[in-house]
Design a protein around this ligand. Sequence first.
Ligand SMILES: [Zn+2]
Ligand SMILES: [Zn+2]
Length: 275
Amino acid sequence: MTDLELPESSAWWKAAVTIGGFTLFWTWETFWPFIAPAEHRLRHAGRNVAIAIANRLMLAILFGSAIVGVVQISAQREWGLLRQSGMSQGFQFLMALLLLDGWMYVWHRANHRIPFLWRFHRMHHSDRSMDVTTATRFHIGEHLISSLLKLGLIPLFGLSLGHLLLYETLVVGITMFHHANISLGRCDAWLRWILVTPFMHKVHHSREHVETDSNFSTVFSVWDHLARSYRMRTDCATIAFGLQDLADADWQTIKGMLITPLVSISSRGSEPEDQ
Ligand SMILES: [Zn+2]
Ligand SMILES: [Zn+2]
């Protein structure tokens, strides 16, 4: 398989994980919610999903061809750490997942550290109730900046379309899982040695700044363990989600979400680094 060829089943796998994961976790939350669901659950879900669909369309139009083009040029010129490493295809896939997930840790942490990036990322954190649809609630500005940076990672790491699609599929499945309003009970503690779990990510969505600034990992939890940003609490059922200064109903509407980055940082003072 070359860098531009994908097994025919790849796109289907991503679609199956997206639809299957959403159906599974939505059903799980409906019948066995960990915390009482949002008062207007369908309205809350509808807004988050609408934002996600608009984001996907815009990213496909703006970056679809650019990603294929950059992968093509990188492959032709043999650019990238993985291509130069001489590792087997299987090992390259494993390393690509780790490199991309390590990058996501750095990127997520930068979103909390750098005030300009936090303006966009705080839209993800302003959700007052957390469920599977929170996984898709990101400002298009954050997506645009991260997609631009990812274009640079392709030649740097030597990524193929297969690497990118496999990691994206993993991200879709795991982010729906760890945002879902579900509990794995005691299994959560075992699983979070390897993966980001629902309890682990709930701590990241807490209104307590010290908790918001922890648990930055996306798929594998190893990055938080290594960088000492891992944090847990005994009772995840009592976490208050959202951001103090963006808690009003106005910030939960589609318009409110879209204008979130424009709010003056100093006047609302919700920066986690300001604690
Ligand atoms: Zn965050
Ligand atoms: Zn989240």
